[in-house]
Design a protein around this ligand. Sequence first.
Ligand code: F6P
Length: 376
Amino acid sequence: MADLSSPDATYSRFGRRFRLAVNTGGGDAPGLNAVIRAVVMSALNRGWEVVGIRQGYDGLLDGDGVVQLDEGSVQGITHLGGTILGTTNRGNPLRFPVERPDGSVETVDRSQEIVQAFRDRHIDALVAIGGDGSLYIASELSKQGLPVVGVPKTIDNDLAATSVTFGFNTAVQTATDAIDKLHSTAQSHERIMVVEVMGRHTGWIALFAGVTGNADAILIPEVPYRMEKVAEHLRRKYARGPRYGIVVVAEGAKPEGGEVSLRPGEQPGDSQRYGGLAERVAEDLQELTGFQTRSLVLGHLQRGGQPTAYDRLLALRFGSAAVDVVERGEFGCMVALDPPDVKAVPLEEAIRELKKVSVDSDVVRTARRLDISFGD
Ligand code: F6P
């Protein structure tokens, strides 16, 4: 550990110790705490000061949500799920909801206020850990002059600029463990079990967990499905045995020519919440095959718990690399895994497109050779 009073410590342009801030935004993902620890330790080792902002940017706007982070604050957190800083996936500061006196709600852009709040607190740079929504906010703040470096987080694995995001491996492991358990109960009752996993617009979790969990069918947004095809596949499986079926559905999958399944009252849009697909698929399959069918939704279990060793290491590498990028002054960038290296890519590039499952990928081909149906 560097001697923080040492004259060698890095000084900011304000003529005092460099002050780095870190925050976590969007839905949580296993590995967030490991990133925070690596950021804090890497910064302290350079003789910098580190502060954490609570609940995304809310801590800055609320006044007392900025906390000093020292070695003690990040001890023993690498293996813990969640985030010690808290997070939010609501209340985007670029479209902040404000209630008017007449009860109506309008959205205001508070980005200038945020940039000013960073300046008022003499914060020299920010490491923003988040998914596409949070990185979009980071990119906008960067355009307005905030020195920011992003770290890609999401269990959905849908960021194109990095070969993988941390949190994904843990979510796949959780989903695979659940599918493993479903085999025995499905077989005992000769049932079809339909399990819904997260992933928003992409089918990464469903694909990886479905293949490793030995599913009979996997429905993903990238391959619109026909229910009759899935039913036919299951009928054949029952005929040759064993007489049970496992169907993994990504929450954002949709039938050919049909729509995605949203929670009641949800409007289509960026922050739409999915829901109800597993139940819908289960009802249809029971009707088409005559086999007893049950459904379940794994939901937020996939976001909780301890990160796998893979995610811990990736998160620690990302945190350490982010501080290197800050030191080099390469702001407006995000760290990304480009095996075997961690590199920096422009934030703008990082948020430009979602990474979708390629239907020609070797994992999809492997699945098809294992006689897994995609309902197409
Ligand atoms: O983006 C991560 C994610 O877990 C998605 O897979 C899921 O659709 C969404 O967040 C759920 O968000 P919330 O925590 O608001 O229910």
